[in-house]
Design a protein around this ligand. Structure first.
Ligand code: MG
Ligand code: MG
Length: 248
């Protein structure tokens, strides 16, 4: 069952999204060669605490940090630590905040200094695939219209879509029904209705779609070691169309 949120609930989720967006921007502003991913985590903690919100990821199934920091060939769920960013890296940062029991969830891949043409193209295609997915968020459309749009955009740019990890419904829990795959057949799946809130989050690989998990039990990497990018917004479906909650 897919929960539909009231206007009052969406107003709280907008605030959770605003805090999430502010923290993610601050982390992005701090990205630079020589900075550690643990230092990026501290930036996010400071913003979320100052807003009186709670981090959504810390302690989630035992995850030890406030942000996921996934570098280069890491896809998602990288654990912040002592690793120092190097000029030319790309770093995917995923984070969420909780306000009054409601969740926001957003991710973005940042360039560390000057990056390769391939890295730039991958980040652009991933962001555009998210925007294409969001553009499907109208009542009456079908759930897999979103994934079909994401997939078409990413593959047209010559990249591949991760299958094992997907977007999700979000509200009073970070992960609710339905799963929101980044691939699929347009016209299929449950009908979208006003009040549904979805976290849409394409994970797009420069090489093959395959991924594997490292022995730390968290970090997911590309099977071929090539780059991966990740962009995510929390989006409400309204009568007027998509309402992106994770903006400042
Ligand atoms: Mg996320
Ligand atoms: Mg998510």
């Amino acid at each position: 069952m897919i929960v539909r949120r009231s206007a009052a609930e969406l107003a709280i989720m907008r605030e959770a999204g605003r805090v999430t967006a502010r923290a993610l921007r601050a982390v992005g502003d701090a990205v630079a060669p020589g900075v550690t991913t643990a230092e990026l985590d501290e930036v996010a903690v400071a913003i979320i605490e100052a807003a009186g919100a709670k981090p959504a990821f810390k302690g989630y199934h035992g995850f030890p940090a406030t942000i996921c920091a996934s570098r280069n060939g890491e896809v998602v769920h990288g654990i912040p630590g002592k690793v120092r960013l190097v000029e030319g890296d790309i770093i995917s940062v995923d984070m969420g905040a909780i306000v009054d029991g409601y969740y926001g969830d957003s991710a973005r891949t940042f360039a560390v200094g000057k990056v390769s043409a391939e890295a730039t193209a991958l980040m652009d295609a991933t962001r555009l695939s998210l925007e294409a997915g969001i553009a499907q968020c109208y009542p009456g459309n079908r759930l897999y219209d979103i994934g079909a749009a994401v997939q078409a955009t990413a593959e047209a740019a010559g990249f591949s879509v991760v299958r094992e990890y997907v977007g999700h419904g979000i509200g009073r829990n970070m992960h609710e029904e339905p799963q929101v795959p980044n691939y699929g057949t347009a016209g299929k799946g449950p009908q979208l209705m006003a009040g549904m809130v979805l976290a849409i989050e394409p994970m797009i690989n420069a090489g093959g779609a395959g991924v594997r998990q490292l022995d730390d039990g968290w970090t997911v990497v590309t099977a071929d070691g090539k780059l991966s990018a990740h962009f995510e917004h929390t989006v409400a479906i309204t009568a007027e169309g998509p309402y992106v909650l994770t903006l400042e």
